[in-house]
Design a protein around this ligand. Structure first.
Ligand code: FE2
Length: 564
């Protein structure tokens, strides 16, 4: 039985699963080419069907996450979310009515679902799905935090453990704590939307003139440059407290915003970022410790947008009583389509484990399709019989290579399917990448990819198992920092992709790089231009190559050169 999962909010998308297999999953932004797309994911749904050869009438179960008041309203009046999208992404300036709208948004989003919102959401979704050709299906509305928690649990590989979800909010909650045992997920705490760590960090991001729900990683990166502030002197600690398995905010959403604004008035921005990061770390560690003490469980699985914070995840991983920590790799709302499908699969089919060894779950393009695109591109290209060897040689001598191989990755990280690859030990290459392509802020580092066999030699706190999906920070050994100077933070940490056998051509490339340079490490960053979604199709890749003037691309079996 195939189940289609849909998410029609921030970073919309669709996923198709069958039994314990994820057949296909994609986010709408990759197809509309609009970052963190919010529109109903028509193209993703069609891609799920077309790429798996599935007809609409083969889908008997469709799962859609979230039916709270704000989500339902945005289904009925899509222009509401479009306007928020334009303002949030700084495409449109605030207007006179913006303050009132902001107040309404924060007030409305806190309301949980009701029988009325479920009825309206169902009606709206049914009509949309019928217009796409679905006739006979059961529609399941899945709870927001359950749609974060179930994938965290079933993809963790743990027989039993704790599952913590934390985000801005959804369906009246900003977090949850659950036990997962013998295939049953039991929620033991729900954290109210009013007391949201995610909204706290969202406000911090916004106040620093960054885009909330998008630039939180920049806040985390900037925090590294602050003089440490003692926790006792950190005024943010007082704004949010942990009580048992719950959170307590001193103010409501808007009161919190005003309180943070006052704090920012007194501190430089890097100090502000540092205090926010410390508050986040302290409170999440307290919550996790309380949950471990209350349940006696020592395996932890995490999901929700907050767990894109790799420094928090590192601290959790290092808790002395914890045996293992897993972060669901598409932890934010972009993972809710897959999450909703897995919830229904768990409830109807009792599927308790879904192995997640590979995230390359998107479209694949045949060599003939790629060749047709290259022929009309004006770029010089040829078939390479030794793609790995030739690419490694270009990189070893300082070239930057667009790497387009196999099915596209799901989620926020490039994992060696749609990546830009370069040497990790050169500050000049890092600067060239920034100037020409990525336009990252100066304090945001690139990331390394390394072979599993080399990880312990490079990372001081590498404890296995594989961290395939770049969900954790690690510290680089002192004597190895020169080899990775283009991909580490100022504090010596990095966010590595540790590559096993799941992607053989990428693993072989790392091996070849090791043979040529002495270290099996690459700088790996997503194949996209600044502000654009990651490349999906050969057309997107060629366009990016032409727009940037980058010299080399290894796409399928073709080596492309941009001689202009
Ligand atoms: Fe969420």
């Amino acid at each position: 039985m195939k189940i289609l999962g849909i998410w029609d909010g921030h970073d919309a998308g669709a996923a198709l699963i069958k039994g314990d297999k994820i057949l296909f999953a994609i986010n709408e932004e990759r197809l509309t080419r609009r970052k963190l797309e919010i529109a109903f994911p028509v193209r993703s749904i069609r891609a799920c069907l077309n790429q798996t050869g599935t007809a609409c009438d083969e889908i008997a179960e469709i799962a859609v996450s979230t039916s709270d008041v704000a989500k339902t309203l945005s289904r009925v009046i899509p222009s509401l979310k479009e306007e928020y999208y334009q303002i949030r992404r700084r495409k449109k300036g605030p207007e006179r009515s913006s303050v009132i709208k902001k107040k309404m948004k924060y007030r409305l989003t806190e309301y949980p679902p009701s029988s009325l919102t479920r009825w309206v959401s169902r009606r709206n979704l049914r009509s949309r799905l019928r217009s796409l050709g679905f006739e006979s299906f059961r529609l399941h509305l899945t709870d927001h935090h359950l749609s974060h928690a179930v994938p965290a649990a079933v993809c963790s590989g743990f027989e039993k453990g704790l599952v913590i979800t934390l985000d801005g909010l959804g369906d009246g909650l900003s977090g949850s704590v659950s036990r997962y045992e013998k295939g049953r997920l039991e929620r033991i705490s729900g954290i109210s939307a009013r007391h949201s760590l995610g909204i706290f960090f969202e406000h911090v991001t916004n106040l620093m003139n960054m885009r909330e729900l998008e630039d939180e990683g920049k806040v985390m990166a900037l925090a590294n440059y602050a003089y440490p502030v003692d926790d006792a002197q950190n005024p943010m600690m007082d704004l949010i407290r942990v009580k048992g398995l719950s959170m307590r905010c001193r103010h409501g959403s808007l009161g919190m915003y005003e309180a943070l604004k006052k704090i920012l008035w007194h501190f430089p921005s890097e100090q502000f970022a540092h205090m926010a990061q410390r508050t986040l770390e302290r409170r999440i560690l307290e919550l996790a410790k309380n949950a471990m003490n209350a349940t006696g469980m020592n395996h932890l699985s995490l999901a929700g947008g907050i767990f894109s914070n790799v420094k928090v995840n590192r601290l959790l991983r290092m808790l002395p009583d914890l045996r293992q920590c897993h972060v669901f790799p598409h932890m934010g709302d972009g993972g809710l389509a897959l999450g909703a499908a897995l919830v229904v699969n768990h409830q109807l089919n009792l599927v308790r484990q879904v192995p997640l060894t590979d995230l390359c779950l998107g479209p694949r393009y045949r060599d003939e399709e790629i060749k047709d695109v290259l022929k009309t591109s004006g770029l010089s290209f040829r078939k390479s019989r030794e793609m790995v060897k030739e690419t490694a040689e270009i990189i070893a001598r300082g070239g930057i290579v667009f790497w387009f191989q196999g099915r596209m990755e799901l989620g926020p990280r490039a994992l060696g399917a749609r990546s830009i690859l370069a040497r990790p030990d050169s500050l000049a290459i890092k600067d060239a990448l920034n100037l020409r392509l990525k336009k990252r802020v100066w304090y945001q580092p690139f990331c390394p990819a390394m072979r599993e066999a080399d990880a312990a030699e490079i990372l001081a706190d590498y404890d296995g198992p594989l961290n395939r999906f770049m969900t954790m920070a690690y510290m680089v050994r002192e004597d190895k920092r020169d080899c990775v100077r283009g991909v580490i933070n100022v504090d010596g940490s990095c966010r590595p992709q540790i590559v096993g056998d799941e992607n053989p051509i990428y693993r072989d490339l790392l091996e070849e790089i090791r043979r040529l340079t002495g270290h099996g490490i690459l700088l790996n960053t997503s194949l996209n231009l600044h502000g654009e979604p990651v490349v999906c199709s050969p057309q997107d890749a060629v366009k990016t190559m032409l727009d940037t003037g980058n010299e080399y691309m290894a796409i399928g079996n073709f080596l492309v050169e941009n001689r202009k």
